[in-house]
Ligand binder design. Sequence first.
Ligand code: SAH
Length: 397
Amino acid sequence: MASLPRVVIRPRRARPFFARHPWVFVTSIERVEGDPAPGDEVAVVSHEGQFIARGLFNHRSAIRVRLYRWEDAPIDEEFLSGRLAEALALRSGPLDLGGPKSAARLVFSESDGLSGLTVDRFDRWLVVQFTSLALFERREFLIRRLVELTGAEGAILRGEKGIPSQEGLKVEEGVVAGTLPEGPIEISENGVTYAVDLATGQKTGFYLDQRDNRRAVASYARGRRVLDLFCYTGGFSLNALMHGGAGSSLGIDTSERAIDLARRNAVTNGARAARFEAADVFDTLERLRASGEKFGLVICDPPKFARHPRAVEDAVKGYLRLNRAAVDVLEPGGVLATCSCSGLVDRMLFSDILGQVAELSGRPIQILEQRGQAADHPVSASCLETEYLKCVIARVP
Ligand code: SAH
């Protein structure tokens, strides 16, 4: 294919791409030969003209080329189909995430060699998110193939914060294949049943990345009063009550809609000791501190604080303030399970923040477990940006 446009990398900048990092930023590019349209396939070559990989081009994005194939062969439907099949094989094979009412992330973007595509399955329905223009342009094929491979009854397209403007994407949310039931559907995770709102819930409807952490944190709950901060639809609370033998739980989230679903989930599962309140976490922590209320297990799972490198400094301050306040309502010997889903705040930095919390609160913090995202959100060793979730379980004497 002599006619394929070529993207030539600047001198001494090709190393990461030989090493299979899939993001070619505009700053690494010397020149583009030919006139690729947005979404077109290109060959990426070193300054010396050596072939590196095939990718898809988008002149609107700072990630000018996303790489998919490290051999000189086309990124066609057959190739994409193979990538999808491989992603599905992991979830149904080694991870064994199938079964009635189960839910799993089927495709996790770079980690599955499909930069810009994320797919979650909730029982018999798929929620699809595109974060790259090129794969979005191939959506008809990708969605059709996904439905064929999974036998799903329907698929819905959801947007992702901030991405459309970065990529020049115009995502119209809504049903794109088959049919979806009216209202929330039901899934079962760790033996807990949840109502999931595929059309209007946050992100893809449910935070599947915390599946194993909900279980792990529950094992510290026995007999304790649990405070579940940023509880969404109640996942950590319900695991702590149903699997961990917690005495009671209080879940806090600003979203009224999430709190409604959390209460409904508590009823469905017969978790009578669960309480949920729609409120701001920072206000609630201040109120609890003032009234001297204490908890034996505090779970803290805030939304992403840092979406951009410039935001890291403020994010660190936010985590510091939040965890300091969380420790203040923890009884002596209590357990803090604290999370961060900001990839830009790495593990070391997050642990360092907890060190500062220890200093400020005058209490030691003993880290018992350092956990990450569930295995259906694999980390690509070639693209460490795919590691984003930290869940630290610590004892605070
Ligand atoms: N722990 C949840 C996921 C939390 S996602 C689970 O296991 O499913 C983060 C949540 O924080 C969202 O539900 C969002 O509504 C909520 N949130 C964001 N800012 C908040 C604030 N200031 N106070 C309370 N909740 C907040």
